[in-house]
Design a protein around this ligand. Structure first.
Ligand SMILES: Nc1nc2c(ncn2[C@@H]2O[C@H](COP(=O)(O)OP(=O)(O)OP(=O)(O)O)[C@@H](O)[C@H]2O)c(=O)[nH]1
Ligand SMILES: [Zn+2]
Length: 203
């Protein structure tokens, strides 16, 4: 695939990702379709910027989020209660309109014999969020990944997010949050555990 020449990043000096000509051309077509002239001065660099921005929005495709759960700690001083990372902000894009999904996720698990460094839960979230998503699948993928890799007694993931495809276009209803959850293991089977984890999350 032919590429436009790489130019340097003026701020960091690092080379920028090369943008294939057909990708830049696709963005130009979109600009034309939107009603503007991609050859006017202010838009000349836009196709490459948009292409590179999309490489960032979608950088989850280049990773397997499960790798973040491979380094585990067995010795946690007999800790056998819920571990929760609450209200983690994230951004994703909806697979229907490529519009931003902006929200927060709370991720909890009840360890069996392994815990992970707490930042890894946020890394798993971002690994799946930086793809084209529907919120239900994002929620399920995070929970399943933790379940398969840590084999905990329970997992609970709750996501609250606003979808720009509903706020900035279409039904144009700002201020609405979509809430999804995936509750597994003891949190699903035992009513008290379920209530406890949801209460810790603030629900
Ligand atoms: N369940 C679910 N729906 C989503 C998500 N993101 C966007 N949507 C919805 O996907 C639907 C796509 O519906 P379509 O009728 O095919 O598309 P559309 O004509 O653009 O629909 P409107 O948004 O109603 O204008 C819309 O109802 C969106 O609100 C998501 O994460 N989960
Ligand atoms: Zn959408």
């Amino acid at each position: 695939m032919p590429c436009s020449p790489e130019d340097g990043d003026l701020v960091s000096g690092a080379p920028k990702v090369a943008v294939p000509d057909d990708v830049a051309e696709a963005v130009k077509t979109l600009i034309r379709w939107a009603g503007d002239d991609p050859e006017r001065e202010g838009l000349l660099d836009t196709p490459k910027r948009v292409a590179r921005a999309w490489k960032e929005y979608a950088k989850g495709y280049a990773e397997d989020p499960a790798v973040h759960l491979q380094r585990t700690f067995d010795e946690v001083g007999g800790y056998d209660e819920i571990v929760l990372l609450k209200d983690i902000p994230f951004q994703s894009h909806c697979e229907h309109h490529l519009a931003p999904i902006i929200g927060k996720a709370s991720i909890a698990y009840l360890p069996r014999d392994k815990v992970v460094g707490i930042s890894k839960l946020a890394r798993v979230l971002h690994g799946f969020a930086r793809r084209l998503q529907v919120q239900e699948r994002l929620t399920a993928e995070i929970a399943d990944c933790i379940c398969e890799n840590l084999k905990p007694k329970g997992v609970a993931v709750v996501i609250e997010a606003s979808h720009a495809c509903m706020t900035a276009r279409g039904v144009q209803t700002p201020g609405v949050m979509m809430v999804t959850s995936r509750i597994m293991g003891v949190f699903r089977e035992d009513d008290r555990s379920r209530k406890e984890v949801l209460a810790l999350m603030g629900y």
